[in-house]
Design a protein around this ligand. Structure first.
Ligand SMILES: Nc1ncnc2c1ncn2[C@@H]1O[C@H](COP(=O)(O)OP(=O)(O)O)[C@@H](O)[C@H]1O
Ligand SMILES: Cc1ncc(C[n+]2csc(CCOP(=O)(O)OP(=O)(O)O)c2C)c(N)n1
Ligand SMILES: [Mg+2]
Ligand SMILES: [Mg+2]
Ligand SMILES: [Mg+2]
Length: 344
């Protein structure tokens, strides 16, 4: 079938982007165009980063799974993570809200409080936005950040021999999502299902909270840049999917170490074992933790809280093309490598 005869559901996100990114206009001040976690724009006094991510009801969140404060927090977190992933410090948000006419005003106020709970402690303002009515709640957030005079850390500049490291949690949001699907958020029914499964209530609360309120290690982004990180991105769609994007952009491949992932797997077992699901799948393919994945040239001291997870190698090694992500040298056996809005 010809591309022009297809609909977006026939393509992956990456294929869809490739179909129209070359058609977009490029500004005179664009230093790093679309394709990374954030764009980098030249300004008379330096350069800044700008990025946007949208949250759609029933696609990214369900109203009955958490509070409006949780959705506001998440809307900010997802965007501030992209700013940090460039090595930048977030400064300002603008937010467009689409609200069904029957949305309680109290929900909108809760959303605003949730934004403030994450943004105020890190000095980020919500400095504008837009309103519309529509069929579902949609929050479209644009985040700005400053590089403080540093060069941005791109996805495309990892080199063979670099150490791959990660800051934040892996698979926790996926475990929280599985628990919400299985048992809901609160109430006697949730407690009964958890008791039946044999999942501790406090454990369930902890993982659900990471899904509802991801807490990206924002300071780790600039810290990685200052420590000499060669490439960086946040993990929104799953480790395999996003590491694959970094590897492809850098025309190299990534080899993850199962020994380095073992503590992350063990941490999820109090949920994965009762649910009969794979903790390793959550670590490899679960998205929405919004930790930072960075590469460091050999000999660089990996700055905490980053922990080494693997290495970058040259495309072609072991017969694998660039963009491949391996586990202990072989292709990992997972149902799907991560989230894609169109290709399931
Ligand atoms: N509608 C669009 N127009 C232009 N660029 C886009 C569009 N959607 C996504 N992109 C770009 O494609 C890249 C990948 O997007 P995405 O996977 O959403 O990144 P992230 O996970 O960091 O938010 C980003 O650089 C983003 O800016
Ligand atoms: C109701 C619901 N279903 C499914 C998910 C799982 N999910 C939705 S989007 C997504 C990936 C991350 O979101 P995306 O919009 O791709 O953010 P980006 O990669 O652009 O940062 C995941 C794992 C969810 N959060 N909520
Ligand atoms: Mg990102
Ligand atoms: Mg995005
Ligand atoms: Mg995504």
């Amino acid at each position: 079938m010809l591309l022009m005869e297809k609909t977006v559901r026939d393509l992956s996100e990456d294929e869809l982007l490739a179909s129209f990114l070359p058609l977009l206009p490029r500004g005179r001040n664009t230093e790093v165009p679309t394709g990374d976690d954030a764009a980098v724009i030249a300004a008379p006094d330096g350069r800044y980063v700008v990025t946007t991510d949208v949250l759609v009801e029933d696609r990214h969140f369900r109203r009955h799974w958490g509070s409006a404060e949780d959705v506001g927090w998440r809307a900010a977190a997802q965007n501030l993570a992209d700013v940090a992933a460039m090595g930048a410090v977030p400064t300002s948000l603008v937010i467009s809200l689409v609200l069904p006419p029957q949305t309680p005003v109290a929900w909108v106020q809760g959303f605003a409080r949730g934004l403030a709970q994450l943004c105020e402690p890190v000095g980020v303002g919500v400095d504008g936005g837009d309103l519309s009515s529509g069929a579902q709640i949609v929050a479209a957030v644009t985040a700005h950040g400053t590089l403080q005079g540093r060069a941005p850390v791109l996805r495309s500049t990892a080199r063979p021999g670099d150490v791959l490291a990660h800051a934040g949690v892996l698979g926790h949001a996926a475990a929280g999502y599985a628990l919400l699907n299985e048992a809901g958020d609160t109430g006697p029914e949730t407690e009964a299902v958890l008791a039946d499964l044999g999942v501790e209530a406090a454990t369930a609360t902890m993982f659900r909270r990471v899904f509802l309120r991801p807490d990206p290690p924002l300071q780790a982004g600039p810290a990685a840049a200052m420590a000499g990180a060669s490439a960086m991105m946040d993990v929104s769609d799953g480790l395999l999917r996003d590491a694959g994007r970094l590897a492809r952009a850098s025309r190299s491949l990534i080899d993850l170490s199962s020994a380095a992932l073992a503590p992350a797997v063990t941490a999820l077992e109090p949920v994965s074992v009762p649910l009969g699901l794979s903790a390793l799948d959550w670590v490899l393919s679960g998205g929405e933790d919004h930790g930072l994945l960075a590469t460091f040239p050999p000999g660089t001291a990996v700055p905490p809280p980053f922990r080494p997870l693997g290495t970058v190698s040259a495309a072609g090694s072991g017969g694998h093309a660039h963009g491949a992500v391996l586990l202990d040298g072989t292709t990992p056996d997972v149902a799907r490598p991560g989230w894609d809005h169109f290709a399931g």
